[in-house]
Design a protein around this ligand. Structure first.
Ligand code: MN3
Length: 202
């Protein structure tokens, strides 16, 4: 069963001015598509051909580096598009907001931790909000296209929100100013989706 690229749930210019149209086009239509194409090639003749993406990632140490890089790339970007949105921003509410306050003290503390994790990730990678194996929220980061679902991850858990800190996610608009991108992105986070992810992960 081949993996396929889903359309964005909003238009390519919907996240302007925080994330520009050209970045979204290239990021979704070319980068994400390439991860999927390369994942489909890499799983031919392996048992990953009949496995779900989540099961592949949970057993990623069994597979080739190409499956790891491109399977991670597919999962991570699928999650990324879904937790962003136009007219989003704001702050979490309900159960998620309560859990954030309990774990981090405040939403601003969480935001700072996610930004720090992204800013200090050397090279390419992701900053994550996860539900850990203990059922609690945690912030972590991974290199390249790894993610916390993978059996090789240093800190394991279910990612409910992630920020792509590869240069392709921000370079056209922000150049080398990764912290400026890490500020701007909080204007387009769809916290309702993150709250749903939290409810199903915990
Ligand atoms: Mn990316």
């Amino acid at each position: 069963m081949a993996f396929e690229l889903e359309a964005l749930p909003y238009s390519v210019e919907a996240l302007e001015p925080h994330i520009d149209r050209e970045t979204m086009e290239i990021h979704h239509d070319r980068h994400h598509q390439a991860y999927i194409d390369n994942l489909n090639k890499a799983i031919v003749g392996t048992d990953a051909e009949n496995a779900s993406l989540e099961d592949i990632l949970k057993n990623i140490s069994k597979y080739s580096p190409a499956v790891r890089n491109n399977g991670g790339g597919h999962f991570n970007h699928k999650l990324f598009w879904s937790v962003l949105g136009p007219n989003a921003g704001g702050t979490p509410t309900g159960e998620l907001a309560q859990a954030i306050d309990e774990t981090f003290g405040s939403f601003d503390e969480l935001k700072k931790k996610l930004q720090e994790a992204g800013a200090t990730r050397f090279g390419s990678g992701w900053s994550w909000l996860i539900v850990g194996e203990d059922g609690k929220l945690a912030v972590t980061s991974t290199p390249n296209q790894d993610n916390p679902l993978m059996d090789v991850a240093e800190v394991k858990g279910t990612p409910i929100f992630g920020i792509d800190v590869w240069e392709h996610a921000y370079y056209l608009k922000y150049q080398n100013k990764r912290p400026a991108y890490l500020d701007a992105i909080f204007n387009v986070v769809n916290w309702d989706t993150v709250a749903q992810n939290y409810a199903s992960a915990k």
